[in-house]
Design a protein around this ligand. Structure first.
Ligand SMILES: Nc1nc2c(c(=O)[nH]1)N[C@H]1C(S)=C(S)[C@@H](COP(=O)(O)OP(=O)(O)OC[C@H]3O[C@@H](n4cnc5c(=O)[nH]c(N)nc54)[C@H](O)[C@@H]3O)O[C@H]1N2
Ligand SMILES: Nc1nc2c(c(=O)[nH]1)N[C@H]1C(S)=C(S)[C@@H](COP(=O)(O)OP(=O)(O)OC[C@H]3O[C@@H](n4cnc5c(=O)[nH]c(N)nc54)[C@H](O)[C@@H]3O)O[C@H]1N2
Ligand code: SF4
Ligand SMILES: [Mo]
Length: 897
């Protein structure tokens, strides 16, 4: 029964992206878990992507924080809770409520979020709670509020099935929302068309019908140009506008300020005119269009304008509230929506009410909290500025890793280091942010916590516990509620369990709310206010608004009514502008950052699954071959990426998928995996003036070859941290039976010798080879017949294949000939290198795919039939198509993808 097929499964939700897939989890024994997609969940209908499928590999207790800690001391909960309550209360008493802050996350459950927000805004009486959604969704939220009157996502996933055209603006869906992308691929097989607007030729762009590789930050120009073109053609919906939309004349007048001819727009966006007009024609001709927008739109100093330009176009054409037609801001985190609903953002209060006096008084009455905040608090980037300059003296960080993920992360670390009181709640013990915590609070992780999340289509799904709480870990909402009680607010925070928190939250949404049909707030859970424990435990996925009769709502605005005083949506004039800091002679390249396929954010969880490392084992910087040549950089070389804020070192990847004049780095690497490969110390702190969202997709940069003089690698059974104080470039790459560490350095050898001393001690029998002339050194340690540790250092070029040694770690007792090869530093025969992992779900490497192609498989389907690759979540299908094309340029493989 190894696969646990006969063990009853628990329906829960994936903790990663905003698709919000249902997961069926079966605990086989202890912490051994089998997962599959929940066939009954409407979002994924049984599918999971590589990250969801690997959940079982991440639920071990390795690296977990399992007891509260004050400094380095484990303490009982009562002591930790009392200290947090006392320090916050003292700070507030001395310096006022705005001297404290919470920084929270879209990875909290709705119940957690509700309680954190109620404590800060309701009972501490400050607006200073903000969420990492500020880095993610804030621009879309602001655009929604301006256009629709509230932060409302009009569409649903069914619209993506029904659309004839899907436009992806700054959205690499093939990698970031794979299960949804697979759904759209199925629609594409039925004739749906895909247009991708992204400066990079991503895997999403690669298989699209049309890719517009626009110059960075020119989206507003492109969408304004489209709207002007539609007006010129008479392809807008004047009846819809007359009945349901305000502001059209203002937008039309603003458009007239610039030359909107396709040729002028194409020139400004640096696009071939024919491609631009093809897009405009396609849009004009396709009523059933969904325009997805994600981080390429939001993470910009003009992020709100980008969102509004898209919403304007949909409103003017009446493509909203109809099957297969809507603008669709797709969410990143599993509960980005829940946070927006409960008021996790500093500029909203709760339940889509903000600080307007009537809203504020209603929430204060509901909470029985006369001190409820009267004004918005500080947004994330400003909040950390205030921590840095001492205005905020106590901060509590929950379920986010700002020392990695905020812009200008070097300054963020300085701010945290200087803050008198830092509390961090996390499930992991050693995140980069934990290093700054005075108090560490152990939170339950996925698989242990219990509550609700809301996905991109407003669908509420229960996350359910699969395991009992480990150690002393507790639910986030409970940790916060206990501190609130200790601060003297027991009346408002004494819930017995999470379902009672949910009921209170549902009641708030319905409080003084006649409902959307009667012009009230759309965000209403009226049908769930009386939900009891059993019904909560059994709750099936449901989309809000939930009507009093208990039914959900898939699509908003079907009746053309919006949540504005006159019921009309607003078109808002937006004008293009350049990036906040333009490139110049010193920093001529635009640094773009984002995600890779198999990793999640700061690697604290996906980093635990060795299989998820094989697609992109090392931090890299993508650049156009001509930009690389100009800087003397070759493929695979260690490269310095420098900006006015800082420097990182990453492996160069040369590709024409990257536009000239730009470079791309993934956002994921941390101190634990590549201390010098972190992207965010490089990012400028430019934000959108309205939303406060940082411009993560553009910072002026330059690249230089690193030119190491020595390099090597260390493999060990347990991971080793980069030796402190040495200027060595260090990367850790987890493997199943060992940890691989690659390193490199510069200089005359003093640091190399120091490193060798630091790493050259281990238990067991040592096999050593040393060549003083070249500085080469090979060392292997064997204990009880098993390979324990290997260290290779060279000043020359070549190092042996790592796969050979990785296999020796997996072998167990070493055969005699393997010991001999260790001394030679070379395998005795050929090594089977599987190549990079292409399909992480079915574990198929590049070389197996190439072999299948050589044996005659000529389409993505045929490769799938031969190897299994690409047959699960499909996020690798564009890559398979690309490999096929490279191998067989004559064959037409695009259509097969
Ligand atoms: N594998 C994986 N999936 C994830 C996550 C993860 O960590 N890993 N995180 C989740 C989260 S929280 C989020 S927010 C989503 C994000 O999902 P996406 O938004 O799809 O991801 P990103 O890679 O951040 O950025 C998308 C694209 O924006 C492009 N872009 C950059 N500048 C511009 C521009 O000026 N205009 C346009 N049009 N495009 C531009 C980038 O080149 C990039 O390809 O992913 C979610 N899913
Ligand atoms: N350069 C660059 N930077 C970016 C972005 C980019 O595109 N480029 N994207 C931005 C975006 S969109 C986002 S969403 C952020 C994400 O950035 P972060 O939120 O900083 O990243 P995560 O790794 O998801 O951090 C979540 C933390 O919470 C912990 N955790 C997980 N579950 C729980 C739980 O239930 N309770 C508690 N208490 N802790 C838990 C995890 O161990 C981890 O430490 O990064 C932003 N930063
Ligand atoms: S697409 Fe993947 S990461 Fe996103 S919710 Fe589904 S399984 Fe999880
Ligand atoms: Mo995000």
């Amino acid at each position: 029964m190894a696969d646990g097929a006969l063990i009853p499964s628990v329906a829960t939700a994936c903790p990663y992206c905003g698709v919000g897939c249902g997961v069926a989890g079966r605990v086989i024994e202890g912490r051994t878990l089998a997962v599959s997609g929940d066939v009954a969940h409407p979002a994924n209908q049984g599918r999971l992507c590589s990250k969801g499928l690997a959940l079982g590999a991440t639920v071990g207790l390795e690296g977990r924080l399992l007891a509260p800690m004050i400094g380095d001391r484990e303490v009982p909960w009562r002591e930790a809770t009392a200290l947090v309550a006392r320090r916050f209360a003292q700070t507030i008493a001395r310096h006022g409520p705005d001297s404290v802050a919470f920084y929270v996350s879209g990875q909290l459950l709705t119940e957690d979020y509700y309680v954190a927000n109620k404590l800060m805004k309701g009972f501490i009486g400050s607006g200073n709670i903000d969420t990492n959604s500020r880095l993610c969704m804030a621009s879309a939220v602001a655009a929604h509020k301006q256009a629709f009157g509230a932060d409302l996502v009009p569409g649903c996933y069914e619209d993506l099935d029904l659309a004839d055209l899907v436009v992806f603006s700054g959205h690499n869906a093939a990698w970031t929302h794979p299960v949804l992308f697979r759904r759209m691929e199925a629609a594409r097989a039925r004739g749906q068309r895909h247009v991708v607007i992204d400066p990079r030729r991503t895997d999403t762009a690669e298989v699209a019908d049309l890719h517009l590789a626009l110059a960075p930050q020119t989206d507003v120009r492109l969408w304004n140009g489209l709207l002007a073109d539609l007006i010129r053609r008479g392809a807008i919906d004047r009846v819809y506008i007359a009945e349901h939309v305000g502001g059209f004349a203002d937008v039309e007048a603003a458009l007239a300020e610039a030359d909107q001819s396709p040729s002028a727009v194409a020139a400004d966006c640096d696009l071939p005119l024919a491609d631009l007009t093809q897009f405009y024609d396609l849009f004009a001709a396709t009523p059933k269009t969904v325009s997805l927008f994600s981080m390429g739109a939001n993470q910009s100093a003009q992020g709100v304008a980008k969102g509004l330009a898209i919403l304007n176009t949909h409103l003017a054409t009446g493509r909203i509230g109809k099957p297969g037609a809507c603008p669709f801001s797709i969410t990143g985190q599993p509960n980005a929506m829940g946070g927006r609903e409960t008021g996790g953002m500093a500029n909203t209060l709760a339940g889509h009410m903000d600080f307007a006096p009537a809203d504020r008084d209603r929430v204060a009455r509901f909470w029985g909290a006369p001190d409820t905040a009267r004004a918005p608090g500080l947004k994330a980037v400003d909040m950390f500025d205030a921590i840095g300059d001492g205005r905020i003296k106590a901060v509590w960080i929950m379920a986010t890793n700002p020392a990695v993920s905020l812009p200008d992360a070097g300054l963020v670390r300085e701010a945290l280091a200087g803050c008198p009181f830092v509390v961090v709640s996390d499930c992991m013990a050693d995140t980069d942010t934990m290093a700054f915590a005075h108090v560490k609070l152990p939170a339950l992780a996925w698989g242990e916590k219990d509550g609700t999340v809301t996905n991109s289509e407003r669908r509420i799904t229960r996350q359910r516990a699969l395991f009992p709480p480990p150690g002393e870990a507790r639910a986030d909402w409970k940790i916060i509620a206990d501190v609130a009680c200790a601060m003297g607010h027991a009346d408002g925070f004494s819930w017995p369990s999470q379902d009672s928190v949910f009921r209170e939250w549902a009641r708030l949404t319905a409080f003084d709310n006649p409902g959307p049909e009667a012009g009230g707030r759309t965000l209403s859970l009226a049908g769930l206010v009386g939900i009891n424990r059993e019904a909560y435990d059994a709750l099936r996925p449901i989309q809000w608004p939930v009507k009093a009769d208990g039914t959900g709502t898939s699509r908003l605005f079907a009746d053309g009514r919006f949540q504005t005083p006159d019921g009309c949506a607003a078109m808002v004039p937006v004008r293009p502008k350049g990036p906040a800091t333009p490139c110049d002679a010193a920093y001529p390249l635009s640094l773009n950052t984002g995600r890779i396929r198999d990793q999640w954010h700061t690697l604290t969880r996906t980093g635990l699954a060795p299989d998820l490392w094989r697609h992109a084992p090392e931090v890299f910087v993508e650049m156009h071959p001509e930009d690389a040549a100009a800087a003397g950089i070759i493929e695979g070389a260690l490269t310095r990426v420098q900006t006015a804020q800082g420097e990182a070192v990453a492996l160069a990847r040369l590709t024409d998928r990257q536009r000239r004049g730009g470079v791309f780095m993934p956002m994921h690497w941390t101190d634990a995996y590549a201390p010098s490969g972190r992207s965010n110390p490089l990012i400028a702190r430019n934000v959108d003036p309205t939303s406060g969202q940082p411009e993560f997709k553009h910072t002026p940069a330059r690249v230089r070859a690193y030119r190491e003089t020595w390099k090597g690698f260390l493999m060990s059974r347990e991971p080793v941290a980069a030796p402190a104080g040495l200027g060595v470039i260090w990367r850790r790459i987890p493997q199943t039976a060992c940890a691989l560490h690659e390193f490199a350095g510069r200089g005359d050898g003093e640091e190399r010798d120091a490193l060798r001393r630091a790493l050259g001690e281990a238990e067991g029998e040592a096999v050593t080879y040393e060549d003083p002339a070249t500085g080469a050194r090979r060392q292997a340690w064997i204990r009880d017949g098993r390979l324990e540790r290997v260290l290779f250092i060279t000043t020359g070029e070549s190092l042996p294949p790592r796969s050979w040694l990785i296999e020796l770690f997996e072998t167990g007792i070493l055969p005699a000939e393997a010991r001999a090869t260790l001394l030679f530093g070379r395998p005795s025969g050929p090594v089977i290198d599987k190549g990079p992992m292409v399909c992480a779900c079915l574990k198929v490497g590049a070389h197996a795919i190439d072999a299948a192609a050589a044996a005659g498989a000529a389409s993505v389907e045929a490769i799938g039939a031969a190897t299994g690759a690409g047959t699960n979540c499909g996020s690798c299908r564009p890559e398979i198509a690309r490999r096929l094309q490279a191998l067989q340029p004559a064959r037409e493989t695009r259509d097969a993808a």
